[in-house]
Design a protein around this ligand. Structure first.
Ligand code: G3I
Length: 467
């Protein structure tokens, strides 16, 4: 369903009515729509957030698994299939079979995708493990560029760099072959990712960064602050949040999330699992979910697997469904906490496109590049490209470019016949997409984008009416 915001009252209900009417008139059923609040994704969407899971490609044939995953989650991370060893098993020979399988399953079911991970000391292919120096730096940058280009236009956020800091009290970078290529390897990876896919949010992702007082947390914070100060393109920080009795949910978890958010980045809980059972485990899930709901720029939560038996830590029963697919106490508490809401009105940043040139680059499907034409009033122009299409649906990206006066709000009219139940970075009502609360202001000549999953056949790429 079109995302509605808690407490937005009559306007929201009117928008919902229009959205429902649109679907009825066009005869398209909303694929995974649920009654509000009855699933994790629906409950999270009430406050404009997503609720996601990691997916393993080989489990998608298990119908219990895929049914739960489709019903409950609207953000998908490939558990292993987009990592360096999976996507570039031999140098310069890329294999996207399993990554694409997960991506296509997600997009065909109206979900978004977090990409994981472009550069990491672990799960490197053998050929890379033995490299060093300039050759390794170039190989890493080539990998980032190639993989981000392959998935261009289809990824909500990339974990560009994963786990680059050491555990313990040093506050130092983790030693690795990548670190030994020079301290600037992380920012080089972010710049390469931005160049390859300007529409994806770019995240730094790590574990043991949940306690605000820990040296590792502070070290990552210092790096992100420095990146923001120097204009290194970073949009978000991922907190893996793998918890167990030795590493419990810290009482200052919300402080950690809000402190990073105050730097001007989104924060996301990216790999949540909490070992335990019963009410104690449920209470820990409540603490984590509530902390996110209380931080405006905490844009979503991903749990690291569907059922306990799917987990990398299966013996710790750390997830929301038991091995038979039954909802656990932790599930019910998580759902209720999402439905109750928090104090953080979500204000996620727009998808980071501020390219000064108004010509959008065509993505995977070789659609002709539309040249946006300025409206007579010069207020704005909009151009639609089709990122991906399949039988029965497609993913579209629309670039909105401000005219000489700049914008404080925009409205783009979609081609007639377009219907969607999944729009991001915009609000759909009656065939018109308006800016989200956070991306209405666009400086003269600058651009922002929104996207949507469309039902049926894709419209032609080209200029759209913008006001
Ligand atoms: O697919 C092979 C299989 O053919 C083989 O028989 C078997 C034998 O060991 O291994 C299988 O591969 C395993 C793979 O998971 C798929 O199940 C690897 O050994 C195993 O190392 C790998 O573990 C993954 C781990 O990352 C590797 O670091 C976990 O599934 C995955 O959940 C975990 O995810 C990481 C995040 O990426 C980063 N944060 C921490 C998180 C948990 O470790």
């Amino acid at each position: 369903m079109t995302k509605l915001r808690r407490g937005s009252g009559r306007g929201a209900r009117a928008a919902a009515a229009v959205a429902v009417l649109t679907l009825v008139v066009t005869g398209v059923a909303a694929g995974s729509a649920q009654a509000a609040g009855s699933t994790l994704q629906a409950a999270a969407a009430e406050s404009g957030r997503y609720f996601g899971t990691a997916i393993a490609a080989q489990r998608l044939n298990d119908s219990t698994y895929s049914t739960i995953a489709n019903r409950e989650f609207n953000m998908i991370t490939a558990e292993n299939e987009m990592k360096m060893d999976a996507t570039e098993p031999s140098q310069n020979q890329f294999n996207y079979t399993n990554g694409d399988r997960i991506l296509n399953w997600a997009l065909q079911n109206g979900k978004q995708v977090r990409g994981h991970a472009l550069a990491w000391h672990s799960q490197q292919p053998g050929w890379m493990q033995n490299m060093s120096g300039t050759a390794l730096r170039n190989a890493m940058l080539n990998h980032v560029t190639q993989v981000a280009t392959h998935y261009k236009g289809k990824i909500y956020a990339w974990d560009v760099v994963n786990e680059a800091f050491a555990d313990g009290s040093s506050g130092a970078r983790r030693d690795s072959n990548l670190q030994r290529t020079g301290n600037d390897w992380i920012e080089a990876a972010f710049r390469a990712a931005r160049a390859a896919d300007p529409g994806a949010k770019l995240c730094y992702n790590d574990y043991n960064t949940d306690d605000w007082t820990h040296a590792k947390t502070q070290a990552v914070y210092t790096m992100v602050r420095d990146f923001k100060a120097r204009g290194v393109p970073i949009d978000c920080v991922g907190f893996q949040s793998h918890f167990n009795p030795q590493s419990p949910v810290p009482n200052n978890y919300q402080t950690t999330l809000s402190s990073f958010a105050a730097l001007g980045v989104d924060v996301q809980i990216t790999e949540l699992d909490i070992e335990g059972s019963g009410s104690a485990q449920a209470e820990n899930y409540r603490k984590v979910v509530q902390a996110c709901l209380n931080v405006s720029r905490c844009t979503g939560i991903t749990v690291w697997g569907v059922r306990d038996t799917d987990s990398w830590r299966a013996s710790g029963t750390p997830l929301l469904f038991d091995g038979s697919g039954n909802k656990k106490a932790a599930y019910t508490t998580t759902l209720n906490t999402l439905n109750a809401g928090g104090t953080g009105t979500p204000t996620p940043t727009p998808t980071p496109t501020t390219t000064p040139t108004p010509t959008p680059t065509p993505t995977v499907t070789p659609t002709p590049t539309p040249t946006p034409t300025q409206n007579p009033g010069g207020a704005c122009s909009a151009a639609l490209t089709i990122a991906n299409s399949w039988g029965g649906g497609y993913q579209a990206t629309v670039t909105v470019t401000a005219g000489s006066a700049g914008l404080t709000g925009w409205r783009v009219t979609l081609p007639s016949g377009v219907s969607s139940n999944n729009v991001w970075n915009g609000v759909l009502s009656g065939g018109v997409v308006s800016n989200a609360p956070y991306n209405g202001t666009v400086a003269a000549g600058q651009s922002t984008t929104f996207g949507f999953i469309g039902n049926g056949n894709a419209p032609a790429a080209g200029a759209l009416s913008c006001a």
